[in-house]
Design a protein around this ligand. Sequence first.
Ligand code: DC
Length: 226
Amino acid sequence: MMGYLAVAIDGPSGAGKSTVARAAAAQLGFIYVDTGAMYRAIGLCVCRRGVADEDTAGIIAALDGLRVSLRYEDGVQHVLLGGEDVSAAIRTPQIAQYASKVSAVPEVRRFLLDLQRGMARENNVIMDGRDIGTVILPDAQVKIFLTASVACRAKRRYDELCEKGLTVTLQSVAQDIERRDRQDMTRAIAPLRQAEDAIKLDTSDLTLAESIEAVVRIIREKEETA
Ligand code: DC
């Protein structure tokens, strides 16, 4: 195989992208890059500064001197804000909402572009996000649009948050997901949409194992012909 293989996985919140991508990457020996975590890290920084998620000027000001980086430990991605590992702190509904808001600011997207493209230049990657197949890695050899119904996604996210001990209701999780879908799909810059050459995979009726298997199969087929 010549060069590195890039797999872009895009889709709405809660479709299972990160779980599926992480497992597929482990099976294939690829690096898994979770770009949502980078937006969440910036969201966390903005939130900690007491800047409102609607305050575009405040968000842009927060980028000054900010350092977001990734570190891999036993194949697991950790996201760092300056020197601090914020991998756990970014997994709250409040920071998810902040991430969605900061990700609509062009300066924020530009800020993360090199970090994301750089990862794909130097590794075989499975990168997940909203605009990987459309903007970040338009030449990715494999593009998958992973989706599921709102009800399924809400249930999965709800279970995940409960497991972490967070107190949420299924209804509030579903509302958050619908709001984020709306924000992510209607923004002016790099909105969530399926790339023309992406394979759509609806996981509503698939188990996690079946979803992983389907993604690995798609990538292996590509690897064989690459
Ligand atoms: O995948 P996630 O839930 O961790 O993403 C958090 C937010 O970041 C999501 O609402 C939209 C934004 N995002 C983005 O705009 N582009 C990406 N490539 C990844 C995430």
